[in-house]
Design a protein around this ligand. Structure first.
Ligand code: FES
Length: 109
């Protein structure tokens, strides 16, 4: 849509747009997300928990993929995370990563 609008503008017309994308995963380590009620989901070093969980549970909602909108925040039942802006007792599946190999989450569904 942005490209269509850009092409439709008169020559020389200024146009400002921004593209948003998730930050790259740097130095990630694999971990496991244990979903209450199952299953366990393996998260590779180069993928987010959100992507790994959605491969099995495509109904898990998301929006920004950057940790700030709160759409993917779920209850953190057990374990600790890093890089996680969600509040106490929660984790942002899109950016939070387990510190000790496994986290347990409740998807609430
Ligand atoms: S998708 Fe927005 S916080 Fe995770």
């Amino acid at each position: 849509m942005i490209e269509a609008l850009r092409r439709a503008l008169p020559a020389g017309q200024r146009f400002h747009s921004e593209r948003f994308s998730p930050p790259p995963i740097r130095g990630g380590r694999p971990f496991t997300v244990r979903i209450v009620g199952g299953p366990d989901v393996a998260v590779p070093a180069d993928r987010t928990a959100l992507d790994a969980v959605r491969a099995l549970r495509p109904d898990v909602p998301y929006s920004c993929r950057q940790g700030f909108c709160g759409t993917c925040h779920v209850r953190l039942v057990e374990g600790t995370t890093v890089g996680d802006p969600a509040g106490p007792g929660l984790t942002a599946l899109c950016v939070g990563r387990a510190t000790d190999g496994t986290i347990v989450v409740d998807l609430g569904r």
